[in-house]
Write a protein that binds this ligand. Structure first.
Ligand code: ZN
Length: 182
């Protein structure tokens, strides 16, 4: 999977670009939605149980709680959905996800390439669906292809995460400190 640090960075970028500087509390409350899919590495089937299209309905549960229904804005729920979808999409580009689990055990493994080669400029996109029951078994028992949950694996991810944290701080904390200063 992409490392947790990369998921966190994308989450912070999306929140910082979609919310106003006065929404610090809901912004912090939305951060877990970009990360929670990976809880299925602790239970269920990793890349399946919480990495499918049906999990995008999860934020609607909050609307069922009367005490929360009036306080939560629809825009925040939509953003929670976007964060969950961004996590699943990012994973789909890295070894794939079981997008329609439990109705299907096909593993959607996306590929995208854009650049120059000896034939000139080129672009390609494809999705492999090699999944079968064995693929689910492979996801339950991590093989060398899914050996661990990394936080940050290299300097590129570190720079991206630091940039995302900086964007988040500039969006939400800078207005807060400005308002407090005389
Ligand atoms: Zn994941």
């Amino acid at each position: 999977m992409p490392d947790t640090g990369l998921h966190l960075a994308i989450t912070l970028f999306i929140i910082a670009s979609c919310m106003s500087g006065e929404e610090l509390k809901p912004a912090i409350g939305l951060i877990p939605f970009g990360l929670l899919c990976d809880l299925d590495s602790l239970f269920g089937i990793h890349r399946a149980t919480l990495h499918n299209v049906f999990i995008i309905a999860l934020p609607l549960i909050f609307m069922a709680v009367p005490q929360l229904r009036d306080k939560i804005k629809l825009r925040w729920l939509a953003l929670a959905d976007i964060l969950i979808a961004s996590h699943i999409l990012l994973d789909a580009f890295y070894n794939g996800v079981f997008l329609f689990y439990p109705l299907s055990v096909d593993n959607y493994n996306l590929r995208f390439w854009f650049g120059l080669n000896e034939a000139g400029p080129g672009i390609s996109f494809s999705w492999f669906v090699p999944g079968n029951v064995e693929e689910v078994h492979y996801a339950v028992k991590p093989s060398p292809s899914v050996p661990e949950i990394g936080i940050i694996s290299n300097g590129i991810e570190l720079i991206i995460l630091v940039s995302a944290i900086f964007s988040f701080i500039m969006r939400f904390l800078a207005p807060f400190t400005r308002a407090r200063s005389p």
